[in-house]
Design a protein around this ligand. Structure first.
Ligand code: NI
Length: 191
């Protein structure tokens, strides 16, 4: 089932999400719905608060970037296996020289801004079976995870921008929260 994506201004996007216990009701369905919702919106990552669930879960799938339309490997062929479910994730370490990358967010359609983050992270997380994992990610994969992980703490990529830049975006953000956007996927607006 495709879920509406909560738009900028929805209070759920500012909340610190709660841990998930094994046996969490409806978890399997929530994960399936989140994948369907993310694919429909052509996103590479989606966090549970973005569909109104304030729990520590996000999903990523950058594997479509690994192949072109003819099924040939692209320059991002290393992303072929980058599909994951992260439950109760924890960034153990962030390292390397900060680099800028233009980020966007399904909750903030049509705004893309350069965000500075470190390029390498070590993550501890549980998968959908609550098996523990520790894994290192770099580059684009690390970037997607850092962005999604922020959502679980009520942080948006906008919060990383310089104050002046944020101020310049205020009008556009107000429009989004009032439903003035031409996003091609289902959204829910706070107003
Ligand atoms: Ni986002």
């Amino acid at each position: 089932m495709i879920l509406p994506i909560r738009a900028y201004g929805d209070p759920v996007l500012k909340k610190v999400a709660a841990d998930i216990e094994p046996g969490h009701p409806g978890l399997e369905k929530l994960i399936a719905d989140m994948f369907e919702t993310m694919y429909e919106a052509s996103g590479v990552g989606l966090a549970a608060p973005q569909v109104g669930q304030s729990v520590r879960l996000f999903i990523v799938d950058a594997s479509p970037f690994a192949e072109d339309e003819d099924g040939k490997p692209t320059k991002d062929a290393h992303l072929k296996d980058f599909k994951r479910i992260f439950i109760n994730p924890y960034i153990v370490e962030e390292e390397g020289e900060e680099w800028p990358f233009e980020e966007g967010c399904l909750s903030i359609p049509n705004i893309r801004e350069e965000v500075i983050r470190q390029p390498k992270i070590v993550m501890q997380y549980q998968d959908e079976n609550f098996e523990e994992h520790e894994e290192t990610f770099e580059g684009f994969a690390a970037r997607v995870i850092q962005h999604e992980h922020d959502h679980l703490d009520g942080v948006l990529f906008l919060d990383h921008l310089p104050a002046l830049r944020r101020r310049l975006l205020q009008g556009k953000l107000r429009d989004i929260s009032r439903g003035k956007t031409d996003a091609k996927y289902k959204m829910r607006f706070p107003g």
